[in-house]
Design a protein around this ligand. Structure first.
Ligand code: UFG
Length: 325
């Protein structure tokens, strides 16, 4: 299939691009490189360096590329930043996304796979979380994703686009030399590994007074390659639209458990201290991914947290200061 991957120079987009190429798809990456990295774009993919805000550039890309499918990863992802500057988040994650949807409508693209997030659920009472849980985002970031999900349904009704909304939980690990390089980094596993590399003096546990088994937050960690494979399954299933899936592993690990697993993988003690809670962190988020397992036959190949950390470590050791600029 001729595919357009927005944000294909970012973490999840770059891994999914690699898997699409391996499966024989033709891939054009559309990325401004504001967050993404040129070095993360696989050979074999065409790269257009441009912003989704540039509707004319998008239109030209669609005219030349004759895309049959779009996978939309581009967007801003930092929860605290979205609280400080919500307008910027609505601009990037909603307004610019509408340019992309309009290009799809004008150029008769049938399939659209969207990177959504567990943040649409906020802090739910019940875990594991199923797709029919109420949507109560606790941040403008989560709200931008919720709004865009709504828009997708409107475009399905009005323009015949067939869409898959994939709600990711905590994505980690690395695949085929492609890993996580956010600047600044805010995610748990990279920051533990930065402490191991000496990029950070120590690792900070954000709060140990939550109502969980050891007082630290519980999250559901999913290997990025398993997540990438879910995109390929969703793409193939888009003969019909309205697909909506949670993507996690169904298992929850506390921050302390992930930290201890990292120490085991690295075979040494790492510097760590307990700091105050990070505002807005829900105590526990665990996905039920039963629906995508049942409907699309999705199976995780890398469920072991130590394997996920080992793969991330391999990437960070190979790129101790991140991708080259
Ligand atoms: N944490 C620490 N120390 C750190 C970094 C993180 O203790 O240095 C803790 C956090 O407080 C949280 C857990 O580790 O309890 C995981 O934090 P991450 O920042 O790695 O991930 P989040 O669960 O906050 O966020 C992830 C995605 C978001 C998405 C959210 C959905 O990164 O994009 O899940 O809930 F919105």
């Amino acid at each position: 299939m001729k595919t357009l991957v927005t944000g294909g120079a970012g973490y999840i987009g770059s891994v999914t691009t690699r898997l699409l190429l391996e499966a024989g798809h033709e891939v054009t990456v559309y990325d401004s490189l504001a967050q993404g990295h040129r070095a993360a774009v696989s050979d074999g993919a065409r790269l257009i360096v441009a912003d989704l805000g540039d509707a004319d550039r998008l239109d030209r890309a669609f005219r030349a590329g004759r895309f049959e499918a779009v996978l939309h990863f581009a967007g801003l992802i930092r929860v605290p930043e979205s609280v400080e500057d919500p307008a910027r988040y609505f601009d990037h994650n909603v307004a610019r996304g509408i340019n992309l949807l309009n290009a799809c409508a004008r150029h008769d693209v049938g399939r659209f796979v969207f990177s959504s997030t567990a943040a649409v659920y906020g802090a739910p009472d019940k875990v594991p979380i199923t797709e029919d849980a109420p949507l109560l985002p606790a941040s403008p970031y989560g709200d931008t994703k919720r709004v865009f999900e709504e828009l997708l349904l409107s475009y399905e009704r009005a323009c015949g686009l067939r869409t898959a909304r994939l709600r990711y939980f905590n994505v980690c690990g690395a695949h085929a030399g492609l890993g996580e390089d956010h600047r600044p980094e805010s995610h748990l596993i990279p920051l533990i590994l930065f402490a191991a590399l000496g990029r950070e003096r120590e690792f900070h546990i954000f709060g140990d007074d939550y109502d969980t088994r050891d007082g630290t937050c519980v999250r559901d960690y999913l290997h990025v390659a398993d997540l990438g494979r879910a995109h390929l399954l969703a793409l193939d299933a888009l003969d019909r639209g309205g697909l909506l899936y949670n993507l996690g592993s169904g298992a929850g690990y506390t921050v302390r458990e992930v930290f201890a697993a990292a120490e085991e993988v690295l075979g040494r003690k790492l510097p760590c201290k307990v700091s105050p809670r990070r505002p807005g962190d829900p105590p526990a988020l665990i996905a039920s991914s039963a629906r995508i397992e049942r409907e699309l036959g999705w199976r995780r190949e890398k469920d072991d947290i130590k394997q996920m950390i080992a793969d991330a470590w391999e990437f960070h050791r190979a790129h101790p200061t991140g991708y080259p600029d």
